[in-house]
Design a protein around this ligand. Structure first.
Ligand code: HEM
Ligand code: HEM
Length: 151
């Protein structure tokens, strides 16, 4: 597995642990339900989206019998989405106590998180462009599948 794939899977598991911990805190101390957006974004943007990213970066190029369009964009995506989510989740907490500071954190974290999502969409879209080879144009030579000669 590529390093960035392992990092996405580990980040996803770390966000799962953090998100459910906040969920348990909210369950036992209902006054903390004001932090619900932080909880659900840690789990949906953190656990779910990063698990999807890690699995997609590993599996989609293999399904498409090609390589990932840009591993460097995937590394940038990891940085933007993790820093972005850290700032976004902090913003959801801080805005309950300081509206202006919360708004700044939400703005910066939101833009970074969105930039990460756009980077993933672009990278996988371009990867799928490389996959536009119909199965009928592939020949089985006993080695990994290759294009039929002269076609
Ligand atoms: C130990 C595990 C968990 C606990 C104790 C927990 C606890 C909670 C609590 C107390 C709330 C607030 C409910 C309310 O507004 O009255 C909540 C909301 C929510 N949780 Fe969790 N949660 C857990 C795991 C998860 C997971 C794994 C996900 C998603 C992958 C998730 C997604 C959500 C969402 C989307 C909401 C908002 C629901 C809404 O707005 O109606 N939670 N959770
Ligand atoms: C760039 C990424 C994202 C940003 C900046 C963002 C931002 C926000 C904001 C500002 C809210 C309103 C929270 C409030 O005031 O109560 C919200 C709500 C919500 N978001 Fe996101 N979001 C993002 C991605 C996602 C994703 C990927 C999911 C699900 C997979 C998601 C699920 C939700 C849900 C379920 C709510 C409703 C929460 C509630 O009613 O308590 N968001 N989001």
């Amino acid at each position: 597995m590529e390093v960035f794939v392992v990092r996405f899977l580990r980040a996803s598991l770390a966000w799962l642990a953090l998100g459910v911990t906040l969920g348990v805190c909210m369950a036992v101390h209902p006054a903390w339900i004001i932090y619900r957006p932080a909880h659900l974004h840690m789990l949906l943007l953190g656990f779910v989206m990063m698990m999807i990213a890690g699995v997609a970066y590993h599996v989609l190029p293999r399904f498409a019998a090609t390589s990932l369009y840009s591993p460097r964009i995937a590394v940038a995506h990891w940085m933007m989405s993790n820093v972005g989510l850290l700032v976004l989740a902090s913003g959801f907490v801080v805005r309950m106590h300081d509206v202006l500071a919360g708004a700044w954190l939400l703005g910066v974290g939101g833009v970074l998180s969105a930039a990460g999502a756009y980077a993933m969409a672009w990278n996988l879209w371009r990867t799928l462009d490389r996959a536009a080879v119909p199965p009928s144009r592939l020949v089985n030579t006993g080695r990994p599948l290759t294009m039929a000669p002269g076609r």
